[in-house]
Ligand binder design. Structure first.
Ligand code: SF4
Length: 62
């Protein structure tokens, strides 16, 4: 199963992914998005978060 991953070097901490898909993404204390539950939402909703990231910091990992 593919799971989303966040590149912390690219993430600007905008929070959009956690707004779109809070079941999967949350903001760390460092204001970097982290994947808290890769199976917390369906692929379509996760893809919406990926598509909404302004710096393309989220990708699928097999
Ligand atoms: S949408 Fe992208 S840049 Fe914004 S917090 Fe999420 S991973 Fe980081």
């Amino acid at each position: 199963m593919k799971v989303p991953q966040v590149d912390p070097d690219l993430c600007t901490g905008c929070g959009a992914c956690a707004d779109v898909c809070p079941e999967v993404f949350e903001m760390s204390d460092d204001d970097i998005a982290v994947v808290k539950n890769p199976k917390g939402a369906g692929e379509d909703k996760i893809q919406d978060a990926i598509d909404g990231c302004p710096v393309e910091a989220i990708s699928w990992s097999e």
